[in-house]
Design a protein around this ligand. Structure first.
Ligand code: DGL
Length: 276
């Protein structure tokens, strides 16, 4: 039986921990294996083909860890090729873009929705495509915020520079009068305070993390794969491609628990995914 296996998550760095924290809330009984590709972040400025190759290597690594479901807990990686990963993997693979769109649709009152993300995510047109497909009536305003990931990874969220950069990026969305703003990068909920401060209290911020955790629960339930139904030990394993300590510090703040991370050097020998 696969129920005892873990949920595998990946991101370019600490951003996917926002999804992990929702998994702790919504899927309490599940084991987790997380991979943060900190040595190669940020993904948002990289060509999509390269991001797909990186993600492919990580998925192959996750397969060595007894997993039953993969969550691509990174918008840039989801935008670069969710179908591509799904076609090459026998496990269910979830992304974070559609869950975020669905959450925004439940919240908007004036049908003006903003999306912020990395350059790669916004330029891929992935959000635009999902809105066109499931909610064409929405006026969508997309804005890349390329510096946000570096602000988060470097622990500068509370700095005056973070406020200044946020004001600059978000000015067009404020002008457009969006009432709902999707934080279309899993790093951005870590900047939610400053984003909310700049947008004003009446704008609803959407993190796709919670909706993604709900979707993961549905997939596990549908496949009769919930560990909680079986009981037994739960394990949390964290891996990074860069140094462990900075990751552990952010993880501790975000998850409110000690996290031990292990550095893994990927071997760039993907048999299934395209190579660079
Ligand atoms: N958390 C990733 C995302 O959701 C960050 C991307 C990056 O590394 O630039 O897009």
């Amino acid at each position: 039986m696969d129920r005892h296996k873990a949920i595998g998550l990946l991101d370019s760095g600490v951003g996917g921990l926002t999804v992990v924290s929702e998994i702790f809330r919504h899927l309490e009984g599940e084991s987790i294996v997380y991979f943060g590709d900190t040595a190669r972040m940020p993904y948002g400025q990289r060509p999509q083909q390269q991001v797909r190759a990186f993600v492919g290597e990580i998925i192959e690594f996750l397969h060595t860890q007894e997993i039953k479901l993969i969550i691509v807990a990174c918008n840039s990686a989801t935008a670069a090729g969710l179908d591509y990963y799904q076609e090459r993997t026998r496990l269910p693979v979830l992304g974070v873009i559609e869950p975020g769109v669905r959450a925004a649709l439940q919240q908007t009152r004036n049908s003006r929705v903003g999306v912020i993300g990395t350059m790669g995510t916004i330029q891929s047109g992935s959000y635009q495509e999902v809105f066109r497909r499931i909610a064409p009536e929405i006026d969508l305003y997309c804005q890349p915020c390329p510096l946000f990931v570096l602000i988060v990874e470097n622990g500068l969220v509370s700095s005056p520079e973070a406020v200044r950069v946020t004001e600059e990026y978000l000015a067009p969305l404020k002008k457009a009068g969006v009432d709902t703003l999707i934080m279309g990068c899993t790093h951005y909920p870590l900047m939610a305070d400053v984003i909310q401060q700049v947008m004003g209290p009446e704008v609803r911020l959407i993190s796709s993390a919670e909706e993604t955790a709900r979707e993961a629960r549905e997939v596990l339930q549908a496949g009769d794969l919930c560990h909680a139904d079986e009981g037994g030990a739960i394990q949390y394993r964290f891996f990074v491609s860069g140094p462990a300590q900075p990751f552990e510090e952010v993880a501790f703040k975000l998850l409110q628990r000690e996290v031990k991370a292990y550095q893994v050097i990927l071997n760039h020998q993907s048999a299934v995914f395209e190579k660079q």
